[in-house]
Design a protein around this ligand. Structure first.
Ligand code: G3H
Ligand code: 13P
Ligand code: ZN
Length: 310
């Protein structure tokens, strides 16, 4: 199957009460680990790359790696998505390079400007058969101590006007998630704002909603990183039950990056500590690749609910 858009995936996910996992990719091992999980579970998957990923790996390598995944696994739908496109020009480049989906993230700009930039991207992308994710509301960044202190939740009363004026295909909203591995303070009780999600869904019936900053930060990997020389004390993510609940509602795409980074880093640190004689990078990158597969299989079955949905 060629690389597809998210249109059909989201329609089925909305109706079926599950979500598609969107995983950030930067190299071959991560893509292989992810695709093995999707293939073994017969699950649809979104591979997404940021502008920084493109600088790191080079656009041709990233695209060709995604194409290799699609070539080797025609049995599963794979979408290739630009994560957090900063403006029209970045989105235009990714559309030209063959991505099937782009995100225009103009959420930090005033409402009217966000509409204007998003509508411009939609017009261009749709003319090229590419779908567009936009964002309303802002997530707290990794630098913020507590997500809710510095983020501004999506205002449900703005979503109809935004979607109708821009023509975007999916909408990322802020309901208390945040990027990075330190989403909540230890000792606090994370709670997503399901009331906002419900209100958004009521106002946009059948419309796919996206959750960014949705890593659950598995404590086994936090422990592993810290035990083998790393230093990420107090890393904490979104409880998996809350992500599962969101996936059963209007959320059709759940973004995961930090969990992959933690799993790979933990396993590599552990492997090198236990095998100080090893300098064959295939061994420790291979261990990291397997860790991605195992963790993502768990997510697909227990959190996203997308297993068997390809
Ligand atoms: O939300 C952003 C993702 O975690 C990607 O991170 O820009 O370092 O590739 P990156
Ligand atoms: P996490 O940092 O929670 O993995 O979020 C990733 C993300 O939203 C990428 O756009
Ligand atoms: Zn994000």
């Amino acid at each position: 199957m060629p690389i597809v858009t998210t249109k059909e995936m989201f329609k089925k996910a909305y109706e079926g009460g599950y979500a598609i996992g969107a995983f950030n990719v930067n190299n071959m091992e991560t893509i292989q680990g992810l695709i093995t999980a999707a293939s073994e579970l017969h699950a649809p998957i979104i591979l997404q790359a940021s502008a920084i990923a493109r600088v790191y790996a080079g656009n041709t390598y990233l695209r060709k790696l995604a194409e290799a995944a699609a070539h080797d696994h025609p049995e599963i739908p794979i979408a290739l998505h630009l994560d957090h496109g900063a403006d029209f020009e970045v989105c235009r480049q990714f559309v030209e390079e063959g991505y099937t989906s782009v995100m225009i993230d103009a959420s930090s700009r005033p409402f009217e400007e966000n509409i204007e930039e998003t509508a411009k991207v939609v017009e261009y992308a749709h003319a090229h058969g590419v779908v567009v994710e936009a964002e309303l509301g802002s997530l707290a960044g990794i630098e913020d101590e507590v997500a809710s202190e510095n983020s501004s939740y999506t205002k449900p009363e703005q979503v109809e006007e935004f979607v109708s004026k821009t023509g975007c295909d999916s909408l990322a909203i802020a309901i208390g998630t945040s990027h990075g591995a330190f989403k909540f303070k230890p000792g606090t009780k994370p709670q997503l704002r399901f009331d906002i999600l419900e209100e958004v869904a009521k106002r946009l019936p059948g419309f796919p909603i996206v959750l960014h900053g949705a890593s659950s930060v598995p404590q086994e990997f936090v422990k592993m990183v810290n035990e083998y020389g790393g230093n990420v004390p107090g890393a904490m993510g979104v409880p998996e039950e809350q992500l599962r609940r969101a996936a059963s509602m209007a959320v059709c795409k759940i973004n995961i990056d930090s969990d992959i980074r933690l799993a790979m880093t933990g396993e590599i640190r552990k492997h090198l500590a236990e095998h100080p004689e090893n300098f064959d990078y295939r061994k420790y990158l291979g261990v990291a690749r397997d860790a991605v597969t195992d963790m993502v299989k768990h997510k697909m079955i227990d959190v996203l609910g997308c297993d068997g949905k390809a």
